[in-house]
Design a protein around this ligand. Structure first.
Ligand code: CA
Ligand code: CA
Ligand code: CA
Ligand code: CA
Ligand code: ZN
Length: 391
């Protein structure tokens, strides 16, 4: 009897662990609820809304015509323009420079994701072409550049940016930014878009391995993504949505090396494959760049993914899988913040500045990448035998 009890309890514990593990699904933000540490701060951070964003983008483009171009990429279901920004020297000309893509608000309720994009646009416009300046008036010039570290140990982080570095990045990179992929969702403060009759989770609407929904419906969460009205509804077809079409048409002909898609929350970054723990042929690139990013923002780089995505059964339809499989773009999800939309202005200011540093860093890394087309590699004979699955 004792033996049976013991076995039973082991069985129950394992089942419980399995349940826990299966809940940590990729592409779903972690549930880390951390209290704000500064109750004395009474002013709440003011996030952009769609109209304010549009107004600011138009002003920046007007004031910085040499380095910024604003493009209408398409229209949402509720008639809002999806804006794309190109920042580079001679922004009007495709100069065959290394490209970087930054995106916010695939999920409309993840507000910090567009704030970091808008901040970066302003940061580049404001600092471009300036001579080196002692921004904090302490007698030293550029002693604390934007890298997430208090280089001069004065208690302030990144208070004296390196102006020349910012100018160099703009001169040598083509930076593509879509601050709000899903403006209708932002205005409705909802994850999905506002398509009729049912909103779609845009980060489930990109192609790559959609046939797996038919092959492995239980493994790929058909229940959560397959029917209209569900929180992660993937849509009728890959690229069925106007917003994902706008992203596709903006980037398809560009030579983009690295992309960051901002979401919130959880303070971690992930990269393809997202539907499987199989490593891409570019695992070392992904880790190397990922380590550079987390050195700046102090997030977790999720690499040991065998533990939380099984070989089959992650997320299908993410922008990252598509950008990587279609164009070989080293694409990351960056889950910002410890809460979905922090209200503390100091938290948000620090977040935006830190990610200006992250964005500068990926622009610099983009210069060094020689692109190969992705092909699958296999770790062992077993994987090779089942390579027809092309996981
Ligand atoms: Ca200084
Ligand atoms: Ca400076
Ligand atoms: Ca400092
Ligand atoms: Ca610094
Ligand atoms: Zn998200």
């Amino acid at each position: 009897m004792e033996k049976i009890k013991k076995h039973l309890s082991i069985l129950i514990t394992s089942l419980f662990l399995l349940l826990l593990l299966s809940n940590t699904s990729i592409g779903m933000e972690k549930n880390i609820e951390m209290p704000q540490k500064d109750p004395s701060n009474l002013l709440l951070y003011e996030y952009y809304n769609y109209d304010n964003m549009t107004k600011d983008l138009q002003i920046y483009a007007q004031e910085n015509p040499d380095i910024m171009k604003l493009e209408a990429l398409g229209e949402t279901y509720q008639g809002r323009t999806i804006w794309g920004v190109i920042i580079s020297d001679n922004a009007d000309i495709n100069e065959n420079e290394a490209g970087v893509l930054l995106m916010g608000a695939h999920h409309g309720n993840e507000k910090p994701s567009f704030e970091v994009c808008m901040y970066f646009i302003k940061f580049l416009c404001d600092n471009y072409g300036l001579s080196d300046t002692d921004n904090d008036n302490d007698g030293d010039i550029n002693e604390d550049p934007v890298d997430g570290i208090d280089n001069d140990n004065d208690g302030l982080i990144d208070e004296d940016p390196d102006e020349k570095r910012i100018t160099d990045v703009v001169d040598t990179t083509q930076i593509f930014i879509i601050p709000m992929v899903n403006p209708d969702g932002v205005e409705a403060n909802t994850r999905i878009n506002c398509a009729e009759p049912a909103g779609v989770d845009l980060n489930r609407n990109y192609p790559y391995k959609w046939e797996y929904y038919d092959y492995f419906p239980a493994l790929y969460g058909d229940r959560w993504t397959g029917s209209p009205g569900t929180w992660n509804y993937r849509g009728e077809n890959p690229f069925s949505e106007k917003e994902t079409q706008a992203v596709r048409d903006f980037v398809i002909d560009q030579d983009i090396k690295i992309s960051l898609s901002y979401h919130s929350y959880g303070e971690f970054i992930i990269y393809p494959w997202m539907h499987s723990s199989a490593k891409t042929p570019h695992e070392e690139f992904f880790i190397s760049i990922g380590e550079g990013i987390v050195a700046i923002n102090d997030y977790d780089l999720e690499t040991g993914r065998n533990y939380f995505i099984p070989r089959l059964g992650g997320t299908i339809g993410t922008s990252e899988n598509w950008l990587y499989s279609e164009k070989g773009i080293l694409s990351y999800t960056v889950e910002l913040c410890r809460t979905r939309a922090p209200s503390n202005p100091r938290v948000m200011e620090e977040l935006c500045l830190t990610h200006a540093g992250v964005n500068l860093y990926v622009c610099e890394r983009a210069q060094t990448i020689v692109k190969k087309n992705p092909t699958n590699t296999y770790n062992n004979l077993f994987e090779k035998m089942f390579s027809f699955l092309k996981i």
